[in-house]
Design a protein. Sequence first.
Length: 245
Amino acid sequence: MPFDASEYGRRIADVYDETYAHLDTDAAVERLAALADGGGVCEFGIGTGRLALPLLARGLAVAGIEGSPEMAAGLRAKPGGERIEVAVGDFARTRVPGAYALVVLAFNTIFALPDQAAQVACFRNAAAHLRPGGRFVVEAWVPDPGAFRAGAALRPVRVAGDEVLLEAALLHPAEQRMTTTKIRITDSGTRLLPANHRYAWPAELDLMAQLAGMTRESRWADWAGGPFTDDSRAHVSVYRMPEAA
């Protein structure tokens, strides 16, 4: 099937904020504000504004690209959301005006793109949005095929008194793809939230950055800046454009 950039948001927009309320947003915003250093920020996959609105509240100019009109509407409905320019479209190709100090692609969203070519295009699109010396920040998990048994896995994502969030996944290693569905169980019932992934190892993302004219500046295990090691299950990678000649 052709890639539909709006599909994920269309299915999850009405419960997105409550489903991911457990994420460490404060540490991410602190790190991103420091990396922007007062400059403008463009977020690819801006969603309902989990990161964008706190960055805006810090006085930064913020814009974004979002595949789903429903997610973009959720952002615009929040206080301050009307001040953020959002282009609806595929963030591998869609542009918003301006040159930014920082482009952000958080919460594994690079893997939402369907194949390697689209991911390379995304890095090039990020570079096209950056001013000289600007940074592109990617947050993603580290692939772990060993977590699958016979090509399948079922894992708890969150277990709380008012919600259980599970993830069922099938692995397709020949194409570096995962077919996944999150199962959200609450007092209101059960929701199925599909979100497929084309995963890539950190070194592959580094090569994509090189193809887009960027070099890796930093890599941490988390937004707090913990060291990235053999045991790290996620990474925050910072790529940088050359300074003007």
